[in-house]
Design a protein. Structure first.
Length: 307
């Protein structure tokens, strides 16, 4: 029963007007999936690039978050424009969200770097089965959680992304419309809605020598009404083929990562989150797998891409 109560608390915190939380899926491998948070990244690589990610968070807890994401993007018109598509399925407790995102970007070329601007259209389908969850010991019904929510929403996002051979930085709002999902007509008078999220990211690639490369990188996330969250990571690469990294998330989690550039086309990776907060009493740690496939135009050679 304790797990079900925690499950309901997680779901309610995602939907409450008075206690907003991070609604977008969390990812420890965000640096390998910038398309997931910034539409301006689309087309920043000469190759057709596709990514698959699966995250299982807080394993061992009933209703713990799980996320599957697939996306692809490519540059067009001499890399002046880019286009991409993202499909994600996110589940947490009684809440499920299936989202389709379509992104377009325009890239400006400067002498030492490039700057892109992106727009994104999101179609989301919510299915929140609050009425199907047992949320009291005696079986009584709480009116605030007695009805299911099924909604389809349209939203828009935007972002900017600056990048060069050895650095990158971006700022984005993947969805900025405050779509209403459900209005509670009981005495509690609660309204559930989509909350805009703000992302700031950056990284630097530093070659110590021809064999060893370092990549410090960070991501800052903010949504109104919730504490700001930040990830700080350091990745080390051997011949830009084998990589390992350590990181810290301000929600009291440690992160470890492994990756391998199997060949010019395939990159594989794994991330592990170790929970340091009191949540570790009830849930295990988190695991994330990602696969990247890139293919260039016929006759071109792909060099390893570290972001």
């Amino acid at each position: 029963m304790k797990n079900y109560i925690k499950l309901l608390t997680i779901t309610a915190s995602l939907l409450s007007l008075n206690a907003l939380a991070q609604q977008d899926p969390q990812s420890s491998a965000y640096m390998f999936n910038p398309m997931g948070i910034n539409p301006a990244y689309a087309g920043s690589n000469v190759a057709l690039q596709s990514n698959l990610l699966y995250r299982s968070q807080w394993t061992g807890m009933n209703g713990a978050p799980s996320t599957f994401t697939a996306n692809a993007h490519k540059g067009y018109f001499n890399e002046q424009m880019g286009a991409g598509i993202t499909l994600s399925n996110d589940e947490i407790g009684a809440a499920k969200r299936l989202q389709l995102g379509m992104a377009g970007s325009y890239h400006l070329k400067f002498q030492t770097f490039r700057l892109s601007f992106g727009l994104q259209l999101n179609l989301s389908q919510y299915n929140i089965g609050l009425g199907e969850v047992q949320h009291s010991i005696d079986g009584s019904v709480d009116n605030a959680f007695g009805a299911n929510i099924k909604e389809t929403t349209f939203n828009f996002g935007t972002g900017a992304f600056a990048y060069a051979k050895n650095w990158y930085a971006g700022i984005s709002i993947p969805h900025f419309r405050k779509n209403v999902l459900s209005v509670n007509t009981t005495e509690l008078n609660l309204t559930a809605f989509e909350a805009p999220h703000f992302y700031l990211q950056g990284g630097y690639i530093y070659e110590l020598n021809p064999m060893i490369t370092l990549k410090p990188n960070a991501l800052i996330k903010y949504v109104t009404g919730a504490p700001m969250s930040a990830d700080f990571n350091m990745n080390v690469y051997y011949k830009k083929t084998y990589g390992a990294g350590l990181g810290f998330r301000t929600d009291k989690s440690m992160i470890a990562m492994l990756e391998i550039q199997a060949n010019a086309n395939w990159k594989l990776g794994y991330a592990f989150d170790y929970t340091l907060s009191d949540l570790a009493t009830y849930a295990n740690n988190s695991h994330e797998l990602f696969v990247r496939y890139a293919i260039g135009a016929k006759g071109t050679h792909l060099s390893p891409r570290l972001y």
